[in-house]
Design a protein around this ligand. Structure first.
Ligand code: 5RP
Length: 222
């Protein structure tokens, strides 16, 4: 099985997982990235069974609309039954690194509102300790250099992601070689740096369920 086939298998498994939640007034949260895109494509088959979705990025909103799935503003929604999204890394405690696609802030907001967070990944994303994937941090542009210096004090090597502007008009710093022994504490510590909008650690609100595509099929991890 190729990586793309594993991603497609988890995307389809996620649709099967959420089917019992779908009612005429159900609104779901949808993430960003290549695995989330495959989920959106699979979701199109059941689009008449629920009201619509809240998107975690402009790209996701466009893809949902392309399939005829209504996109709601999060401010008009009280609760999301489920949020389905990919990840760049996940550990055995369901902590994640996200933001490889620069959508981390909206992803974190939509995940916060959802009752259940279903993370869809292929087996290459599984790690014992987070941090091999550089940790993305969304930053207000004028604070970029200051935040980079503060991130260096925490032991990481900050690298400006050239040419990327987020949907919120901000920039991304990727932190390499960060030792992430306590993901919840580090998530909070980075959030406390003035100028940081969000960081890509999803530990305080990690995944509730990981669906992982492997060459032998989809595994459910809780
Ligand atoms: C985007 C993300 C994605 O979920 C993450 O980058 C994984 O993407 P893919 O499914 O393409 O591997 O956090 O900001």
């Amino acid at each position: 099985m190729t990586q793309d086939e594993m991603k497609k298998a988890v995307a389809e498994a996620a649709v099967e997982h959420i089917k019992p939640l779908l009612e005429s007034d159900t609104i779901i949260g949808v993430g960003t990235g290549s695995t989330a895109n495959l989920f959106i494509d699979a979701l199109a088959a059941v689009k008449n069974q629920f009201a619509g979705a809240v998107a975690s990025s402009e790209a996701t909103a466009e893809r949902l609309r392309g399939h005829g799935i209504e996109v709601f503003d999060l401010n008009s929604v009280d609760q999301l039954a489920v949020y389905v999204d990919g990840a760049d890394e996940f550990d055995p405690h369901m902590n994640l690194i996200k933001g490889g696609g620069a959508a981390l802030t909206r992803e974190k907001i939509v995940a916060a509102v959802a009752k259940e967070f279903v993370c869809i990944v292929d087996s290459s994303k599984k790690v014992d300790l987070l941090g091999e994937f550089p940790l993305p941090v969304e930053v207000i542009p004028m604070a970029r250099s200051y935040v980079a210096r503060e991130l260096a004090k925490l032991g990481g090597l900050p690298v400006y992601r050239e040419g990327v502007v987020t949907d919120n008009g901000n920039v991304i710093i990727d932190v390499q070689d960060m030792e992430i022994l306590d993901p919840k504490a580090l998530e909070q510590q980075i959030n406390n740096i003035v100028g940081v909008v969000t960081n890509g650690l999803f530990a305080r609100r990690g995944a509730d369920l990981v669906l992982m595509g492997t060459p032998n099929g989809v595994e459910e991890l809780r």
